[in-house]
Design a protein around this ligand. Sequence first.
Ligand code: PEP
Ligand code: MN
Length: 342
Amino acid sequence: MVINMASNSTEAQLQHVIDRIKECGFTPHVTRGSERAIVAAVGSGGNRSALEALKAAPGVEDVVPIAHPFKLVSRQTRSGRTCVQVGEVCIGGDEAVVIAGPCSVESREQLFSTARGIKAAGASMLRGGAYKPRTSPYDFQGLGVEALRLLSEVRKETGLPVVTEVMSTEDIDVISEHADMLQIGARNMQNFALLRQLAKVNKPILLKRGPSANVKEWLLAAEYLLAGGNPNVVLCERGIKTFETEMRNTLDLAAVALVRELSHLPVIVDPSHGTGRRDLIQPASRAALAIGADGLIIEVHPCPERAMSDGAQSLNLEEFAKVMASLSAPLRLVATAAVAHA
Ligand code: PEP
Ligand code: MN
């Protein structure tokens, strides 16, 4: 943090700021300019928010952060990339991982046919919602424990590790019995009670970005999990709210590249919620891998027109197989200007 003193501040006010910086656990470095003094507060173990409060101290014009507020998720803490192990699957390794499955678990037949189909097409993990965060209370809310049992059974048959959403702290234990990875949905990204509890769970976490969260808030939500003792966190970009109305959300792919610069955690992309449009799943998936995503999570349903949630953005099995096949196709050639010969 840098504390900018006002041009008319007094020596006593400057001394007070220096004293407070020391009290907060940082080392003050004063630079006196011709018009004003600035004080850099250096160190990592101190109380940042107490320093921010110096904005209210007499003679202080502004307090400007110069370092990121997150620590454990930061690349400064860990320069190599983290691989999060989910069963046999490593997310964040050399190969991109594709997770696929229905928005909601609806029935045994729907779940098993989807799981078999996505496995045959090459997916490595199965998704399926048992507890659904729905905008309207009149919409399908998920099958709950019945869906969890079906997810367990289908894992046994296919060997595919399962990820499913936890909406409430009271469901953590039962979901942990059945799932291999727990998803924190976009709407719960800043549910701090849930984050604190999931930090204590011995399961990897898929942390979706909130629809209105900036990258700093997203990484601070992940910081809650790491700081509370769970190092196995995968981030998921799933689109944010913007003024655009042709798509459900705006898929912020540049944030994927940015997060990979800022953090060692793996980051995957959800083009289904990110666009809300099945016609955009293939190009958005290819773009996500091109920009560096460690994987994808894609909604697939054996008959999207009958899906009880998110049918419009779900692919059928044939379409999913085509998307899978397209993922390794090379990007287009780039025209190169003719080289002038002397
Ligand atoms: C989902 O994965 O079905 C879901 C509800 O996702 P999000 O939290 O990203 O909206
Ligand atoms: Mn969905």
